[in-house]
Design a protein around this ligand. Structure first.
Ligand SMILES: Cc1ncc(COP(=O)(O)O)c(C=O)c1O
Length: 463
């Protein structure tokens, strides 16, 4: 008889581990249960989920209202081809309309964030033809299909560069990354060069159809832009007749404290994509939302896009109860209280640990960028390390956290601190205590400078 460990090994042997060298995918942790902000392995050990899994389980685990809605839909009508309409699809659309920024009136429903961005690409390239170029940014992730990867600036693009060439014409603009400004400048004296340079790119390059941005950079650093950045980009896009696409796959649904991150700057994109939080990951859904300018193009032109699982009834059934939960949590102040406490505690932690070079974020979406030396900002790890598989300091810290019952996703240079929106102050305190201890592993390899931590997120605290 094979043991559980044997079965896990068998599973790993016969499946591809995602974003991993397969020799590191030998014995994944078996998870048996999850409730609220915690999950449990097969030995019954509890872990606090401080990254909301992949920054998607925003309402925590085992939300009964959402589960009941899914079960009801499974019994009633799990699937109907996208050429028909189901009652649940109409309900989901109405719920989404009640949250969307004014002006985004037409939607396409798929089953992932990547597909939502594929939809945005099709809408852009068809409606903006013959212009076809897309501007993205280096600190970005937009998905795993060839088009998602083509838009992506992070290290995962590099080994898949060939796939990128199947989607030509993607160019990368400088990031609004104040901690390591690509222009070597300091805000506000910089005059927001990172936005101004986009205008130069569009005019010099020609044939630019759209710019795609994560309003707050997610995986690649929780980079919050200066307040002028998005109003400036909106103006530049309008003046050049370039579409602005906001990828709110991670930042949507109150992750940053407002329904959508773009709401912080009162900027409405031409196309918005979202996924993850729209169902809190209970079912897979991606949404591409377009304004009238984009949508009207397709009145007399074929919308050359669709999937077997587009408008999937079972998947969409999680949307209305999830949105009702977000509204309830927002109206009762739970989200705001949690994020304020989280921010204060993270700042205190950053003051105590010299390995933290920069602390930044907004709402329930934060990051610590780890450095060897606060003065020189020398990093423990760089982009190439993610590709070559070099040991990462962030992974070492998150490994220590796991040992003590705290799950934190490590990126190559930063830790993803993004718990579910339902996390309580006590659960935050417990998590901070574990993280506090784990960070000493990195502190031991730091060159002491006596310099205070950088707080490049300060402009986010005005809202
Ligand atoms: C900003 C952003 N866009 C797109 C995606 C891709 O979404 P999915 O993994 O659902 O395909 C992600 C995933 O993490 C993301 O963070």
């Amino acid at each position: 008889m094979s043991t559980t460990q044997d079965k896990i090994k068998q599973f790993a042997q016969h499946t591809f581990g995602t974003w991993n060298r397969q020799n590191a995918w030998k014995s994944p942790l078996l998870i048996k249960d999850a409730k609220g902000v915690c999950f449990y392995d097969d030995k019954g050990k509890e872990y606090i989920d401080f990254s909301s899994m992949l920054i998607c389980s925003s309402l925590g685990h085992k939300n009964q209202t959402i589960i009941e809605a899914i079960v009801k839909q499974a019994e009633k009508l799990p699937y109907i081809a996208p050429g028909f309409v189901s009652e649940v699809a109409m309900e989901a659309m109405e719920a989404i309309q009640s949250m969307m920024p004014k002006g985004l009136n037409k939607f396409f429903f798929s089953t992932s964030g990547t597909e939502a961005n594929d939809g945005a690409l099709i809408m852009t390239r068809q409606s903006q033809a013959p212009r076809y170029k897309i501007i993205s940014r280096y600190h970005s992730f937009h998905g795993a299909t060839p088009s998602g990867m083509a838009f992506t600036g992070d290290p995962r693009r590099i080994p898949t560069e060939r796939a990128r060439y199947t989607v030509e014409g993607v160019h990368f603009a400088p990031d609004c990354y104040c901690y390591r400004c690509p222009f070597g400048k300091t805000y506000p004296e910089c005059d927001v060069q990172c936005a101004k340079y986009v205008d130069y790119m569009i005019k010099e390059d020609g044939n630019v159809a759209a710019m795609i941005v994560e309003p707050v950079v997610g995986t690649n650093g929780r980079i919050v832009p200066p307040p002028e950045y998005f109003p400036m980009l909106r103006k530049i896009c309008d003046e050049n007749d370039v579409l602005l696409i906001a990828d709110e796959v991670m930042t949507g649904w109150f992750r940053t404290g407002k329904a959508f991150a773009m709401d912080h700057w009162d900027v409405v994109p031409d196309i918005m994509t979202t996924a993850k939080g729209c169902t809190s990951a209970y079912t897979p859904v991606g949404i591409t939302a377009a304004n009238d300018k984009v949508a009207n193009f397709f009145e007399d032109e074929m919308f050359c896009h669709g999937h077997t699982y587009a408008y999937h009834a079972l998947c969409l059934s999680a949307i209305p109860p999830a949105i009702a939960e977000y509204k309830r949590l927002n109206d009762s102040g739970v989200i705001q209280e949690g994020s304020e406490h989280l921010k204060n505690e993270l700042y205190k932690l950053a003051d105590r640990h010299e390995c933290i070079g920069d602390v930044r974020g907004i709402g329930h979406l934060w990051g610590f960028e780890l450095v060897k030396n606060r003065k020189t900002k020398e990093a423990f790890n760089v982009k190439e390390d993610k590709i070559t598989g070099a040991p990462l300091m962030t992974a070492k810290v998150s490994g220590e956290c796991m040992k003590n019952g705290l799950y934190i996703v490590p990126w190559y240079d930063n830790l993803v601190l993004a718990p579910p929106l339902i996390i309580t102050k006590e659960e935050i305190d417990k998590s901070i205590h574990i993280l506090d201890k784990a960070l000493t592993v990195a502190d031991q390899e730091v060159e002491s400078t006596g310099i205070a931590v950088s707080r490049s997120a300060e402009f986010s605290s005005t809202d």
